[in-house]
Write a protein that binds this ligand. Structure first.
Ligand code: C6P
Length: 412
């Protein structure tokens, strides 16, 4: 663990992540694909192996010692994640496979039962497919309609349009908190107030905000919030769905089976208490334990310091990349964006760019970042994206910019 100081000590923190020592043909790895998946510190990996070495057993199913220990650790992981996002307690935190499954849980459990013709779901033009495709398909099944809050030229939500689009016909507002393409951080509390004034729920996609910003679901007044562990220094295969207790209580489960029931007869079943009602079958126990360890790690480093460090790096990258006239960075200005830059270089396809910078050891993402409709709005089929986290350094941004420059010259 790095030294606790006001500024984050990235070089010291890198020692927690053995993967960052990797080299490819003698070139050190520069990992700038954190918005896709962050790296995992040793103590998280150890928490998972400790479970398998010492207390691997199913949860809620045995009274033997191992099952007791596994059950306690699994349940307490909910408490840790609840605390991380300001939820009242474990009853408001359902573990899912990821953000996408959290969306689908609400779309199937609530949307399919509640939506119908005349109802509207309001999304934004910058939604990730996890939210866009899910609500689009549920709307098709139920006869509801999806409407989209447009973005302004500089990548913000058009809040005047939002106020017009959210009406008494709106049943759900599903909004991405921090865009994985534009880096925009959306005014979620304001949108929550508008949604609630019209009697609608708000679902906040926190996949890109929870890793970087202090989240207080009570302060945001969101009805649902979702994020994935693998973007918060945790393992893949686990994420969290937060829901206000009274809403989750009223919602029907959509996955049926073991552990989500209290009593079963041949004729009928009674649901278990929250959150287990929504966690049918043997859950991802090891991943849940790793998830809790990961959010504790992030809290130990300090989420405010992570936010400042990563956004400083993004601003630096923005400034350096836009020194080239033929580079376009999408989204808000350098001093008002989340910790990533998506960009294009004139005449160089994003995939070629990504492949060339990879030759210099720099890992970035290229493609549509699961925001195809947003790329249509931007007039681009794809973009390259560098995204930063607590262990990245300014010299890694320099390595990116130099590699991008090499690619520019190659295609000039
Ligand atoms: N974005 C990216 O490279 P899952 O895959 O379920 O853990 O997360 C889905 C998701 C939902 N919302 C937003 C805003 C996201 O950024 C993501 C994941 C990755 O940008 C993979 S496409």
């Amino acid at each position: 663990m790095g030294v606790q100081s006001e500024r984050l000590d990235a070089p010291a923190l890198r020692e927690d992540f053995p993967i960052l020592e990797r080299e490819f043909d003698g070139t050190p790895l520069v990992y700038l694909d954190n918005a896709a998946t962050s790296q995992t510190p040793e103590r998280v990996v150890e928490s998972i192996s400790d479970y398998y070495y010492r207390y691997n057993a199913n949860v809620h199913r045995g009274i033997h010692n191992l099952s007791q220990e596994a059950s306690i650790a699994y349940e307490e992981a909910h408490d840790t994640v609840a605390e991380f996002i300001g939820a009242a307690g474990r009853e408001e935190v359902v573990f899912t496979k990821n953000t996408t499954e959290a969306m689908n849980t609400v779309a199937y459990a609530w949307g399919l039962n509640e939506l119908g013709p005349g109802d509207e779901v309001v999304l934004t033009e910058m939604e990730h497919h996890a939210s866009l495709v899910t609500w689009q398909q549920i709307a098709k099944k139920t006869g509801a309609e999806c409407r989209f809050i447009p973005i302004t030229d500089d990548g913000y939500l058009d809040m005047n349009a939002a106020a017009d689009l959210i009406t008494d016909d709106t049943r759900m507002v599903s909004v991405v908190h921090a865009s994985n393409t534009l880096g925009t951080v959306n005014p979620v509390r304001e949108l929550a107030d508008i949604a609630h004034d019209h009697g609608a729920y708000i679902f906040v996609d926190g996949a890109q905000s929870a890793p970087h910003m202090e989240i207080d679901v009570a302060e945001l007044d969101c009805d649902f919030f979702a994020f994935s562990a693998h973007k918060v220094c945790g393992p893949t295969g686990i994420g969290a769905l937060y829901g206000k207790e009274e809403i989750l209580e009223a919602m029907e489960p959509y996955l049926y089976g073991g552990d989500m029931i209290l009593k079963v007869t041949f004729e009928d079943s009674q649901w278990n208490e929250l959150p287990w009602k929504f966690e049918a079958g043997t859950p991802n126990i090891a991943q849940a334990i790793g998830f809790a360890e990961a959010v504790e790690y992030v809290e130990d480093v300090g989420i405010d310091r992570i936010h400042r460090h990563s956004t400083d790096l993004a601003a630096y990258a923005y400034d350096r990349l836009t020194e080239y006239d033929d580079v376009e960075v999408y989204g808000p200005p350098a001093d008002d964006r989340g910790p990533l830059v998506a960009f294009n270089v004139d005449g160089v396809h994003a995939h070629d760019l990504s492949s060339i910078v990879n030759d210099y050891g720099v890992a970035i993402r290229a493609g549509d970042h699961c925001t195809q409709p947003l790329h249509d709005v931007l007039g681009a089929t794809a973009s390259a994206r560098a995204s930063f986290y607590l262990y990245n350094t300014e010299s890694e941004v320099d390595a990116l910019v130099e590699a991008v420059n090499e690619a520019r010259q190659l295609f000039a």
